[in-house]
Design a protein around this ligand. Structure first.
Ligand code: ZN
Length: 394
């Protein structure tokens, strides 16, 4: 069987999209087209990407319109490098230690709650997300979410596969690296982490070297320490050759490079790593059972996401794409549509998710309450689902 490794996504500038149907160039037109889409495609599956999280304050690494990268020095770590290289892990965890508080403060936004309400209306049956921020499961715990590339809320052991909450891990990092913890508290107080602007960050005490790393004069990141997997430390696993693996820590509990197991990694799919097989199967299954695919805030730059959309196309189900900027291979998704169709066969609109989706839900709420009033006089007010929208974007 072919393996699907995570690869570095396309970063080429993609061509501007052709808007489908043409009337989708306004918010009202796009809403009308998506209503047509929902009318034609029962059991829609949502496939989302970074664009839906932008309004939560998390940068879309492709940047607005997909034309530049927010952090030019950003270079993702490969799985093999993480696994083999103690120094690379120190650097990764030092960065992650400072970045975690930003993610922890960020919350789902109106776009995620709009997806929840589409689920409540019975229009969306499940969500596949490439995002690792856990905003979908937080916003709509009742509507199933498949996290294609894993999640940052946990670490996972590369030996025994036991998960550890990232928060617990963060406390351990703070304990093992007191100089970094003091520095983190300092820059949290100055607000240096509240901005993406490097000049502003520098003026608030967050200086980075040309590689984008923070180096503390008294505690360079080469001295950064991280804990071992607690389970492997208690019961070292058996290696593939049948011998017992070695898991060694210093007096404070930091993983030592003499160890042969017990390395924790973030529970996300790193570049060069396979998507977990059950997750891949679950995502494929969702597409096989979908009546339509709604793509939200992603350029489908990663192969694992693109191939799900391709599969939906091969099955002949309608596809609607809402994304700022071009989407990989999108012309082929819409090549054979009837030019006079109004959204039932496909939609392509270019709006931010946070702008379009809540407006769509509001429109559907209004038209559904109007229809209910006309079609059925016997139902009581509660049965019209009045409670469905009450917590919207509160
Ligand atoms: Zn372990």
């Amino acid at each position: 069987m072919r393996k699907h490794y995570m690869r570095i996504p396309y970063t080429d500038v993609l061509a501007s999209p052709t808007i489908i149907p043409k009337t989708s160039n306004t918010i009202a037109g796009a809403i009308a087209a998506i209503q047509e889409f929902f009318h034609a495609s029962r059991s829609t599956v949502v496939l989302s990407g970074a664009g839906i999280s932008v309004a939560s304050g998390l940068a879309d690494y492709r940047g607005a319109k997909g034309t530049y990268r927010v952090n030019k020095t950003y270079r993702p770590i490969y799985y093999s490098e993480f696994l083999q290289n103690h120094e690379a892990r120190k650097r990764y965890w030092a960065r992650s230690f400072l970045g975690w508080t930003t993610l922890l403060k960020a919350k789902p936004n109106a776009g995620h709650y709009a997806v929840k309400h589409l689920g409540d209306l019975g229009l969306v049956q499940s969500v596949i997300t490439q995002n690792v921020d856990s905003f979908h499961p937080k916003a709509h715990p009742q509507l199933p979410t498949i996290e294609l590339h894993g999640y940052l809320r946990s670490c996972v052991c590369t030996s025994c596969h036991e998960e550890l909450p990232r928060d617990t891990f963060q406390h351990e990092l703070a304990r093992l690296n007191p100089a970094w913890e003091a520095f983190l508290q300092e820059i949290l107080a100055t607000g240096a982490l509240d901005t993406e602007n490097p000049d502003e960050r520098r003026s608030k005490g967050l200086r980075t070297n040309p590689d984008g790393d923070v180096d503390l004069p008294d505690a360079p990141y080469t001295t950064f320490r991280y804990p071992s997997c607690p389970r492997c430390l208690t019961a070292p696993p058996i290696a593939t050759d049948g011998s017992r693996a070695r898991v060694e820590v210093d007096t404070d509990g930091a993983w030592k490079s003499t160890s042969t197991a017990g390395i924790l990694k973030p529970a996300v799919t790193m570049f060069g790593e396979n998507i977990r097989a059950p997750v891949k199967v679950e995502a494929e299954h969702a597409i096989e059972n979908a009546g339509g695919l709604l793509v939200l805030g992603t350029s489908l730059a990663t192969y694992s996401a693109w191939r799900l959309a391709k599969r939906a196309k091969d099955r002949g189900i309608p596809i609607a794409i809402i994304n700022l900027g071009g989407v990989r291979g999108e012309d082929t998704f819409f090549a054979d549509l009837d030019p006079s169709q109004e959204g039932s066969q496909g939609v392509r609109a270019e709006f931010s998710i946070g702008e379009l989706l809540p407006a769509l839900v509001e429109q559907m709420r209004q038209s559904s309450s109007m229809n209910s009033a006309q079609e059925d006089h016997n139902h009581s007010a509660e049965q019209h689902g009045a409670s469905v929208f009450k917590d919207m974007m509160s």
